[in-house]
Design a protein around this ligand. Structure first.
Ligand code: IMP
Ligand code: MG
Length: 184
C-alpha cells in the first residue's frame, strides 16, 4: 500500500502532495540505468551536483551509477521566496576539476533555465569537454533558456514545488517526497 501523503505547511504557505517517494525512486533507477548505458564509452566523467537543491537527488542517483567517475559539487543561488530573481551568483564555483572532462550536471529543477545557462557558460569557460544536463524536474512551460536538459526525470507544469531537496525560503528540503503549492 502507498504511504499517505497529506498537506504540509511551510512558513505561510500550504503545499499538497505531488510526486511520491516511490515514483521518484522508480524514475531515478531508470535514469541511472540510461546514464550508465549512454556514458559507458566516455573517457573522463565528473558528476557535478548543484547545491543546495540537488543534494537528495544527487545522493540517490550517485549510488546507482556504475561508471568510473568523479563526484563533486558547485553552488549557485538565484531564488528568493517563490520567484526567481533573475540574477545568479556563483557561491562555490568550479576549477581545474572539470577541464577536459564530460561533466554531468545534477540539478534539482530547471525552471526558467537562467541558472543552467549560467552554469553551462561557467563550465565551458573552465574547459569542460562536454556538458550533459540531468535534472530531477523540468518546468518546461517556464523554460526560456538555451541549454535544454539532456535527461529529466519528470516534466512538470508551472507549479512551485518543495521537498526532496527543493525549498521554500530554505525550508522543506528534508521532505522525502515532492509537494506543490496549494491553489487558493
Ligand atoms: P531557473 O534559473 O529559473 O531555471 O531556476 C533554477 C533554480 O531555482 C533551481 O535550481 C532551484 O534551486 C530554484 N527553483 C526553481 N523552481 C523552483 C521551485 O518550484 N521550487 C523550489 N525551487 C525552485
Ligand atoms: Mg538548484
Amino acid at each position: 500500500m502507498e504511504k499517505m501523503m497529506s498537506v504540509v505547511k511551510i512558513l505561510d504557505k500550504e503545499f499538497i502532495p505531488y510526486i511520491s517517494a516511490e515514483e521518484i525512486s522508480a524514475r531515478i533507477a531508470e535514469t541511472a540505468k540510461t546514464l550508465n548505458n549512454n556514458l559507458a564509452n566516455k573517457e573522463e566523467v565528473i558528476f557535478l551536483g548543484v547545491l543546495n537543491g540537488s543534494f537528495m537527488f544527487y545522493a540517490d542517483i550517485a549510488r546507482q551509477i556504475t561508471l568510473k567517475a568523479q563526484f563533486s559539487f558547485m553552488r549557485v543561488s538565484s531564488y528568493h521566496g517563490t520567484e526567481s530573481t533573475g540574477t545568479i551568483k556563483s557561491i562555490m564555483g568550479v576549477g581545474n576539476e572539470v577541464k577536459g572532462k564530460t561533466v554531468v550536471i545534477i540539478e534539482d529543477i530547471v525552471d526558467t533555465g537562467l541558472t543552467i545557462d549560467y552554469i553551462c557558460k561557467t563550465l565551458e569557460e573552465a574547459g569542460a569537454k562536454e556538458v550533459i544536463i540531468c535534472t530531477l524536474l523540468f518546468k518546461e512551460p517556464a523554460f526560456k533558456g538555451v541549454n535544454r536538459p539532456t535527461y529529466s526525470c519528470f516534466t512538470i507544469e508551472n507549479e512551485f514545488v518543495v521537498g526532496y531537496g527543493l525549498d521554500y525560503d530554505e525550508y522543506g528540503r528534508n521532505l522525502p517526497e515532492i509537494y506543490k503549492l496549494k491553489p487558493n
